[in-house]
Design a protein around this ligand. Structure first.
Ligand code: C5P
Length: 319
């Protein structure tokens, strides 16, 4: 067994509609997700025996994290357990709305399947990914995707034009369940909380989900722009309500006139979209902690396990 490395990118949600609260406690959503060039790296080393060991650098993760859960799920599902030591190097902030934990889970599934010589059909990998978390299946596709259900039903879309993103980090971790609960409370107060099953949309005339075609027609079908003014995130208001500094970050980013300024997922990262690297760098330069990264194509964001160069002998602590 060779030592493997898998890099996984972050995502931002360019659009996120919350349709209602489901009987299972999740929310039915429709979202446009896109991979961006901020990365975590997983290195997988052989260990004797059947143990799964884990080490994290650059962030603190709970014991019950998506990488460990992915390893245990895959081992249980496949019946193979030759052991592995996974060293995760975090470049994506934790609990920030950038999908870092989900990306790590997807990378662990793909990396360990390769490491253990499992040739899993895509459909099975996608089902394991969905069991790990709502955003995990997106990272098996990468690029730009439309997602429905609780986010796990993923439709690949064509690559976006070569846009740049400024990411403004949050001041503290933002727990996703709290932001969804605040969304519930807001809607309950207004007597507008939909509970129960939401009808999902079927394919539209051009083969994409009907809701995606309705919102993104000019770009998807007409060869035009993304409808910047129509894109929204329904979790933005509850996130700002819970963490007012998110609103401050948004207002600050808006002064550099991005095509879109929005909270990603449930926050607290705020992002701005720019047409060029120069504009993005310029905007990021004026905001402490902000970084400018490219929107990634599907090919650039593939989770591709690679042999680690020069790896040999005892790998403990090596990263
Ligand atoms: O699926 P995942 O484990 O990433 O979701 C984390 C939490 O976010 C869920 O426990 C739930 O509170 C909330 N969530 C939700 N609706 C979604 C996705 C996540 O309510 N569509």
């Amino acid at each position: 067994m060779n030592t493997l490395v898998v890099r996984c990118p972050a995502k931002v949600n360019l659009h996120l509609e919350v349709l209602g609260l489901r009987a299972d406690g999740y929310h039915e959503v429709r979202t446009l997700m896109v991979a961006v060039g901020l990365w975590d790296e997983l290195a997988i080393f052989p260990v004797p025996g059947g143990a799964i060991e884990m080490e994290v650098s650059g962030g603190t993760l709970p014991q019950d994290n998506t990488v460990r859960r992915a390893a245990e799920l895959l081992a249980r599902y496949s019946g193979v357990r030759p052991g592995a030591r996974v060293v995760l190097s975090k470049g994506i902030p934790v609990a920030a709305g950038l999908g870092g934990g989900s990306a790590d889970g997807a990378a662990a599934l793909v990396g360990l399947a390769h490491f253990w010589g499992l040739d899993l059909p895509r459909r099975e990998l996608a089902a394991l990914a969905a069991a790990l978390g709502s955003d995990v299946p997106f990272f098996l596709e990468g690029g730009a995707c439309w997602a429905e259900g609780r986010g796990e039903i993923v439709y690949p879309l064509p690559d976006l034009p070569p846009l740049w993103v400024v990411l403004v980090p949050g001041r503290e971790p933002v727990p996703t369940p709290a932001v969804y609960r605040a969304w519930d409370e807001g809607h309950r107060l207004m007597g507008e909380l939909q509970v129960g099953k939401v009808e999902r949309e079927t394919a539209g005339a051009h083969g994409f989900p009907r809701a995606a075609e309705a919102l993104l027609y000019d770009w998807l079908v007409g060869g035009g722009q993304l409808p910047w003014a129509k894109l929204r995130n329904d979790l933005q208001q509850p996130a700002v309500g819970l963490f007012p500094w998110i609103g401050e970050h948004l207002r600050r980013l808006e002064t550099s006139l991005p095509l879109l300024a929005m909270v990603s997922g449930s926050g607290g990262t705020v992002f701005g979209i720019f047409a060029s690297q120069a504009e993005a760098r310029n905007a990021a330069g004026g905001i402490p902690g902000a970084v400018a990264v490219p929107v990634l194509t599907r090919e650039q964001s593939q989770l591709a396990p690679k042999r680690k160069e020069g790896a040999c002998g005892d790998h403990r602590g090596a990263h």
